[in-house]
Design a protein around this ligand. Structure first.
Ligand code: PNW
Length: 505
């Protein structure tokens, strides 16, 4: 395996050096010197080794085992990319790509098999120390996500994210991670895409543990995720930042909701407040709390429905102040955009109640000219990323923005993945324009994902990898795609090219 990579890498390196020379001569669009390029994965999606040593089950272990039919190919993450055993290869790939940083997540039940911090797994500790040290040895910054959706089943049995006590349990877990790895890890993400996790679980009922409770469960979950993030951020800020000087934030996945036409601009803004504002207003606005438009809308609707109180649980002044300002940078995950309009008389709102569209009676659909991908929620609109960055800066202010996920889904195992190359090229162009034209201080760009992996309800069918993984082979061999070479080119030259790109293997 390594020999194959090395030969290809040598060719690739020669190409990169040659391209770099040309870039200098032609003055290509260059990213700022301090700009960092990376790639991401998440524990349940890549690690496998679901029951080795003393690791306990996560909600995705339990869910995929008990209800395989909720995953399109009835698969699970039992082995996934086997990164638990093959992490050295992953680190080697990251190094060959020239990544400045690698974003990975910790499996809570691997590190704390009880869910609680009274017992730390030696094996979990060793595994993450190995990966972190392996990355640092190659000069790659480890960026750690504490929670990327694999909750210990034992905590789910106690109510999971709807139990307010999880706020303290999460802070205890964060403390363990900061204690163990904080001397070497300077970038932390507390929780990945709280809104997608909560809505996927409770509004769609399709993410683990698959509890269908639209309009209730999702709001309880979002509230507790916000509080848990805030506690973990404050813990770092008070006790660890003085000695380690790192930065902590949480990732928000936001779709850009484009009004179908002028008459739907208010509706599109409400969709944006529901999916982007729910977390952003609470954390980044001067006032804090839920976005006023959303709070008002749900309170009024709840009253009309005969409830004695709003289905959106209120935040007390103390909670608002606890959450407000708990960031060191804005971390954005962007994939796609939607056109927003009201449904016509009798028209079904469709399957995208995600982001509260059922709640606010908004219909989301792709523009006909946006190319589809293999994920049914995902159409290509690169300009959406630039628009979103501008909106964030205008709404929440000038701060450091880090793009922590962006990438392309395909159901093909093609090594010459021209569509993915095009996706990265067109989205990086928009990032470049956001920096140079709109003066948005974007400092990190993260490709989702390094390796094909377990894509939640899409199993192994939807592939996002720069690197192909053969899931039919027990060794899970990895083969870089054209997009990997394209990205390596961008990273080594820190520039974008218009043409003469060799994307074939
Ligand atoms: C993110 N949507 O999930 C996650 O952070 C990753 O784990 C995942 O593999 C990646 O994006 C690709 O899906 C999302 O429906 C899941 O809009 C669903 C949506 C967005 C992001």
């Amino acid at each position: 395996m390594y020999i194959v990579y090395s030969v290809e890498t040598m060719c690739c390196l020669k190409l990169i050096v040659f391209s770099a020379l040309i870039a200098v001569v032609r003055g290509e669009r260059r990213f700022p010197d301090a700009f960092k390029f990376g790639a991401a994965t998440a524990s349940y999606q890549v690690e496998g080794a679901w029951n080795v040593s003393d690791k306990s089950a996560s909600i995705w272990d339990t869910y995929s085992h008990k209800k395989p039919s909720v995953i399109v190919d009835e698969s699970n993450g039992d082995v996934a990319c086997d990164s638990y055993h093959k992490w050295r290869e992953d680190v080697q790939l990251a190094s060959e790509l020239g990544l400045d940083f690698y974003r990975l997540s910790l499996s809570w039940p691997r590190l704390l098999p009880n869910g609680f911090s009274n017992y730390i797994s030696e094996d979990g500790k060793r595994y993450y120390n190995d990966v972190i040290n392996g990355l640092l040895e190659k000069g790659i910054e480890p960026v750690i996500t504490l929670y990327h959706w694999d909750l210990p089943q034992k905590l789910q049995d106690l109510g999971g994210w709807t139990n307010p006590l999880i706020v303290e349990w999460f802070a205890d877990y964060a403390r363990v991670a900061y204690d163990l790895f904080g001397d070497r890890v300077k970038s932390w993400i507390t929780i990945n895409e709280g809104i997608v996790a909560c809505e996927g679980t409770y509004t769609l009922g399709s993410f683990a543990p698959g509890i269908y409770s639209p309009g209730f469960g999702s709001y309880l979950c979002n509230k507790n995720v916000l509080l848990a993030h805030a506690k973990a951020w404050r813990l770092y800020d008070e006790e660890y930042k003085p000695k380690y000087g790192g930065k902590v934030s949480l990732t928000n996945q936001i779709i850009w909701p484009q009004a179908h036409s002028e008459e739907y601009e208010d509706l599109a803004e409400l969709v944006l407040q529901m999916n982007g504002g729910l977390y952003s207003h609470a954390i980044y606005s001067k006032e804090g709390g839920w976005p006023p438009a959303v709070e008002k809308y749900i309170a009024e609707k709840s009253a009309q429905e005969g409830y004695t109180r709003s289905r959106l649980p209120p935040l007390t002044t103390e909670e608002i102040n606890l959450i407000k300002g708990t960031f060191d940078f804005y971390a954005l995950n962007y994939y796609t955009s939607w056109l927003v309009r009201s449904p016509k008389e009798g028209e079904n709102i469709g399957k995208w109640p995600l982001y509260g569209c059922e709640e606010i009676n908004a219909l989301l659909e792709p523009a006909p000219e946006w190319p589809p991908t293999s994920s049914d929620w995902f159409f290509e609109y690169p300009e959406g990323l630039r628009r979103l960055l501008s909106w964030l800066k205008k709404t929440y202010g000038d701060m450091e923005y880090r793009i922590m996920e962006n990438g392309y889904a395909s159901d093909k195992r093609d090594l010459n993945d021209v569509n993915r190359v095009n996706y990265y090229k067109t989205h990086l162009e928009q990032v470049y324009l956001a920096i140079t034209e709109d003066n948005v201080n974007v400092t990190y760009y993260t490709a989702w994902t390094l390796l094909d992996n377990f894509e939640w309800n899409d199993g192994y069918v939807s592939k996002f990898g720069l690197v192909d993984v053969d899931f039919t082979h027990p060794d899970r061999p990895r083969t870089p795609r054209s997009s990997a070479y394209y990205y390596a080119n961008v990273i080594s030259t820190r520039s974008l090219y218009d043409d003469d790109l060799k994307t074939n293997l």
